[in-house]
Design a protein around this ligand. Structure first.
Ligand SMILES: [Fe+2]
Ligand SMILES: [Fe+2]
Length: 154
């Protein structure tokens, strides 16, 4: 049977990181709203969209750093060698998502190319959500590992 000696601590840290996900969802909702305006070539919110993207970018960077720290992904990797491959993949995705985010933050003259910006923003948000889903599924597998060997509840 699989045992997770550090599980209570790890679960606490996972809960903190999951709380970070909730904050990120708010930012994504705002960015989707801006993207919808730019798709319609309404550009009067370009400055606030940029500010929102900056704030979201800071949050994402902090979030990735927290996940990649020894207290989180590092602990999962120590607890389960089978997770190591998945975690390596998630870290590669962090690198790629950070690159896409940097390109969005560097995007000049949204007013002149709003549809192009909207497409790039949508593509980033889609990739980010797909990443978070994979991450969630991987960690869920970890927390439920061994449950099938527990006696059924009566
Ligand atoms: Fe992640
Ligand atoms: Fe995450």
């Amino acid at each position: 049977m699989t045992t997770h000696a550090g599980l209570p601590d790890l679960f606490g840290r996972a809960t903190v990181v999951m709380g970070g996900h909730a904050g990120l969802r708010e930012g994504m909702q705002l960015l989707r709203g801006y993207s919808a305006s730019f798709r319609e070539e309404v550009t009067d919110s370009a400055d606030s969209a940029k500010a929102c993207l900056e704030a979201f970018g800071e949050r994402v960077s902090a979030h990735f750093a927290a996940e990649e720290g020894p207290d989180y992904f590092g602990t999962f990797a120590d607890e389960s060698l089978s997770l190591l491959q998945g975690i390596t993949q998630l870290k590669l995705e962090h690198t790629e998502l950070s690159r896409l985010l940097a390109a969005l933050r560097d995007f000049q003259d949204i007013e002149l190319r709003p549809v192009e910006f909207s497409r790039a923003l949508d593509a980033f948000l889609e990739s980010f959500v797909a990443h978070e889903r994979r991450e969630h599924a991987l960690l869920q597998d970890f927390f439920t590992a061994g449950d099938s060997e527990l006696p059924a509840q009566r």
